[in-house]
Design a protein around this ligand. Structure first.
Ligand code: SAM
Length: 232
């Protein structure tokens, strides 16, 4: 039985899981994350949820091959509907998808989060959609992490129940990441600013409509406020 070797990205997600947790990993195509967590003795047990048949079968076979079938239940289900009342799930992980899709999964299945204490999500892009969902649904950020692996930058958001509000900049870049402003954060947002600047200059040549004016204002507002943040 081989021990799972996780990517840096999934190792970072794993680092936010508390000892003894019962985890639902949603979108678990190989069930690598829950398998690692079981092998390391970090979690009691897990559900690995997957909506597509092929990856679901891959996850089931992998769990069997790694000898962790007694601790990991693999379910073919859409989003949080993989979680059942008796599972006792207290932690949900959703990694490797777009932020809007993660926010949709959270919104559609939020009734299944009643007993969940911690959400650990790793959007590949558009983390803002998750922060906005969190604020509207009484979840607050308790930690954030940014990392770079194989040339790609990833954010991890750790949420627990709580009532909070964030300003527009915090929603966009993350309050914890903004407070830290490390070199990866700077690299990410310098890249975004240069892309927005290119988009803005191409929009300058387009015929003006109310939507276009709106879009341009939003882009220049973001460029200005982030520019100030990165100056400091
Ligand atoms: N979580 C793993 C990781 O981070 O490496 C796998 C990421 S993979 C790119 C995304 C997986 O999520 C795919 O296997 C996809 O089928 C699954 N997925 C997408 N939408 C889903 C949903 N609504 N419910 C469950 N799984 C979903």
């Amino acid at each position: 039985m081989t021990t799972i070797k996780l990517s840096e990205r999934l190792l970072a997600v794993a680092s936010h899981i508390t000892q003894g947790a019962i985890v639902a990993d949603i979108g678990s195509d190989h069930a690598y994350l829950p398998t690692y967590l079981v092998q390391k003795g970090i979690i009691q047990k897990a559900v690995a949820g997957e909506v597509v048949v092929g990856p679901y079968e891959t996850a089931r076979n992998s769990v069997f091959r790694h000898g962790v079938s007694d601790k990991i239940t693999v379910r073919l289900a859409d989003g949080l509907f993989a979680i059942e009342e008796n599972d006792g799930i207290d932690t949900v992980t959703i990694a490797g998808m777009g932020g809007s899709l993660i926010a949709t999964i959270l919104e559609q299945g939020k009734k299944r989060l009643q007993h969940v204490k911690r959400l650990i999500v790793q959007p590949n892009l558009h983390a803002k959609a998750i922060r906005e969902w969190a604020v509207s649904n009484n979840w607050e950020l308790v930690n954030e992490q940014i990392l770079k692996e194989d040339g790609k930058i990833y954010e991890i958001l750790v949420l627990e129940k709580g009532v909070i509000s964030y300003d527009d900049l915090e929603l966009l870049v993350g309050p914890f990441l903004l407070a830290e402003k490390n070199s990866i954060f700077r690299e990410k947002w310098e890249n975004e600013i240069s892309q927005w600047t290119q988009v803005l200059s191409s929009l300058e040549k387009a015929v003006e409509t109310p939507e276009l004016v709106n879009k341009k204002e939003q882009l220049s507002g973001n460029i200005e406020s982030l520019g100030k943040v990165l100056e400091k």
